[in-house]
Design a protein around this ligand. Structure first.
Ligand SMILES: [Zn+2]
Length: 208
């Protein structure tokens, strides 16, 4: 069953390590639960991610979402970086640009109070591909954004026509959900969102 829209999904691909399914309705490509890593092992792999707020290359990478997002924001808007990871950086960049941003991360900044508020914008970078429960996560994320607010996601999108067998992004054992443009369209309809910015690895939605 598709973990985003609950429709019946069919086998899509298989490699040495895992099976992949694809949903006919929302087009999500996902790895079945039996291949998901146990959370302690998952965290030990995230601990290796050497993300560092002073790393210019990493800042440049995050600029691919910060730049289009901050063009849409108005002075004084406040946000949340959901899934800020072991070296929170995007929230610092946004703060420096004048947009105070909180952080939340289930492994590194597990402060449930942050999820009890609503924000003008929520960022979620290199996180959605780790969602073991995409429906639950999108319910939560969209609920965190105020009306006419912004939800900015960064994940590498699957493009039909590419060779899935050769797609490096699927080879990370912690990546279990892959999205394409058709999934973006489905999310727009389901949650009343409008994609104002969309490129190969970033989408910025506005809520109704
Ligand atoms: Zn689906």
């Amino acid at each position: 069953m598709c973990p985003l829209c609950s429709d019946t999904a069919s086998p899509y691909a298989q490699d040495k390590k895992r099976d992949y399914f694809r949903c006919p309705t929302c087009s999500l490509i996902f790895v079945p639960k039996k291949f998901h890593l146990p959370p302690p092992l998952e965290k030990s792999l995230y601990d290796y991610h050497q993300n560092d707020p002073s790393d210019a290359g990493y800042r440049n990478f995050l600029g691919k979402i910060a730049e289009p997002l901050t063009k849409l924001l108005k002075p004084g808007m406040r946000g949340l970086d959901f899934g800020s990871g072991p070296g929170p950086t995007l929230y610092q960049m946004l703060k420096e640009l004048g947009f105070p941003t909180d952080i939340y991360d289930p492994f590194y900044a597990d402060n449930p109070k942050m999820l009890e508020k609503q924000y003008d914008f929520v960022t979620c970078t290199e996180v959605a591909e780790h969602f073991c429960d995409p429906k639950g996560s999108f319910d939560k994320l969209t609920g965190l954004v105020k009306p006419k607010g912004y939800l900015a996601l960064m994940t590498l999108f699957w493009k039909d026509g590419m060779s899935f067998a050769d797609w490096w992004y699927k080879n990370d054992a912690t990546h279990v959900a892959f999205y394409s443009r058709r999934t973006i369209r489905w999310l727009e309809k389901k949650y009343g969102l409008r994609a104002l910015h969309l490129d190969e690895r970033a989408v910025i939605f506005q809520t109704d």
